[in-house]
Design a protein around this ligand. Structure first.
Ligand SMILES: Nc1nc2c(ncn2[C@@H]2O[C@H](COP(=O)(O)OP(=O)(O)O)[C@@H](O)[C@H]2O)c(=O)[nH]1
Ligand SMILES: [Mg+2]
Length: 449
């Protein structure tokens, strides 16, 4: 049983229009009533106008207090939320008064952790609260919102149920172990297992996309020195981020910046130009360009057609395909102002880019089309490293189950690995969890969340 009542500032520290302060726990109402003087009766979910006093009775502020009677609250406990004026001084004094009146300072994420402890959210949903706050793009926001509403949880619940049913079948089979039905049974069991495994694999595979949407889609700019990569980076960012110069080989290290286009957030990576060189530092930069390409979901290949031949362009595209067959490619022919009106036949399929703003707009729309190909709308996406790791461990256990079934191993061995698979799946939603895991998840939240 949780016996303390916690308090924290829920809004950001600093000057603002409002301070929202949260109180949660068994004494929330009593503490609120001691400090907040109002003429209205304390009715759940009703905002009351009143005076917030310090613990010594002196007046601090006028504002609102709303009582959410447990279990019908975010944490499942009695909660009171105060809306006060936005001064940092008021926040400090109000917090001080609440602590004097018996509240304890909340730890990071403790409100959400309590919501989890009271079954208001499962662990995947609680993590989605953090993602929702951190989301930087429409796609990232939607992903977090879906997870908060339970998409991942429902999918996992379904998988766990299938596995539990499967475990039941195994036990049945054990009962018949001395009889002839066993062989046929094993084949059927393998079929069922294969179906479940395929679903887990699909979910595990969705992490590539889920992570990209949550953390930014990795997009790399590649091309020969002087092709115009850094110029494009700066234009996309609308900022003079990378050095641009007519000296080939200016960008030696890769530069990474976050950037948003349409509903997506990107990790935009500018790289050292690719060419044969004896300069050791430049060579290291080029190595890094290839390494960045291998992580990328989208590769934008820039070619200056006045400096490179169509054949060189095709070779570069080929090399990029070899290094990363999964990446979506977009070829851009740059510096169009230097070849006005000329048609660039023989070059790979491409977009043309010149200094004009319309060119950039055209490129951005082609880029979005490329992104939509690279990140097709997924069903349920895994976006969290912890979830992906749990699925991987679960798949390993399922692999062992399969081997044992094929090797006619004893039902007990099979059952052991099945339980392992179930345990790993259950750790995602927190049905089975260790305390230290909870601590590490919630401590990454901010105070007041
Ligand atoms: N005329 C013209 N010059 C450009 C254009 N884009 C880039 N440049 C020039 O090309 C040179 C190399 O550009 P930069 O972005 O540093 O190329 P990077 O080596 O691929 O990063 C610089 O002098 C740029 O000013 C363009 O659209 N038109
Ligand atoms: Mg550059």
């Amino acid at each position: 049983m949780i016996s303390t009542t916690i308090a924290a500032l829920a809004t950001a520290r600093g000057l603002g229009a409002l301070n929202v302060i949260r109180l949660s726990g068994p004494d929330a109402l009593a503490i609120a009533q001691r400090l907040f003087a109002t003429r209205s009766p304390w009715v759940p979910r009703k905002a009351l106008l009143g005076r917030f006093n310090r613990a010594d009775g002196s007046e601090l502020d006028h504002g609102l207090a709303t009582w959410f009677q447990g279990p019908a609250s975010f944490t499942g406990e009695d909660v009171v939320e105060f809306g006060l004026h936005g001064a940092p001084y008021i926040a400090e004094e109000a917090m001080h008064s609440l602590l004097q009146a018996g509240a304890t300072l909340a730890l990071p994420g403790e409100f959400t952790q309590r919501a989890f402890a009271h079954g208001k959210l499962d662990l995947a949903q609680a993590e989605a609260v953090g993602d929702l706050i951190a989301a930087e793009s429409r796609a990232g926001h939607e992903l977090a919102l879906k997870q908060l509403k339970g998409s991942v949880s429902r999918k996992l619940q379904d998988l766990r149920q299938q596995l539990t049913d499967f475990a039941g079948l195994i036990e049945l089979e054990l009962d018949f172990v001395d009889e002839d039905v066993e062989f046929a049974q094993r084949d059927q069991l393998l079929d069922v297992l294969q179906r479940i495994t395929t679903e887990c694999e699909r979910m595990f595979a969705s992490f590539r996309q889920g992570q990209a949407i949550r953390e930014g889609i990795p997009l790399v700019l590649l091309g020969a020195p002087n092709a115009g990569k850094s110029t494009l980076l700066n234009r996309l960012l609308r900022d003079d981020r990378a050095l641009v110069s007519a000296v080939p080989g200016t960008t030696r290290d890769s530069v990474e910046e976050r950037f948003r286009l349409g509903p997506f957030a990107f990790r935009l990576i500018d790289t050292a130009g690719i060419r044969a060189t004896h300069d050791e530092v430049e060579q290291m930069g080029i190595q890094r360009s290839w390494a960045k390409l291998r992580e990328a979901h989208i590769a934008v290949i820039l070619v200056d057609p006045m400096a490179s031949t169509a054949r060189e362009a095709h070779e570069l595209v080929e090399r990029v395909r070899q290094e990363n067959p999964e990446a979506e490619l977009l070829v851009v022919l740059t510096k169009r102002d230097l070849w006005p009106g000329q048609r660039m036949d023989g070059f790979p399929e491409h977009v043309e880019l010149g200094p004009h703003e319309d060119d950039l707009a055209e490129l951005e729309s082609r880029l979005l089309a490329t992104v939509n190909r690279a990140e097709p709308e997924g069903d349920v996406l895994i976006a969290n490293t912890r979830h992906a790791e749990a699925l991987r461990l679960s798949l390993e256990a399922l692999g062992r189950v399969q081997e044992q079934l094929q090797a006619q191993a004893s039902g007990e061995l099979v059952a052991y690995d099945l339980r392992e698979a179930l345990r790993h799946l259950g750790s995602i939603t927190g049905e089975i969890t260790a305390d230290d895991l909870l601590g590490s998840i919630f401590s990454s939240f901010c105070i007041g969340k």
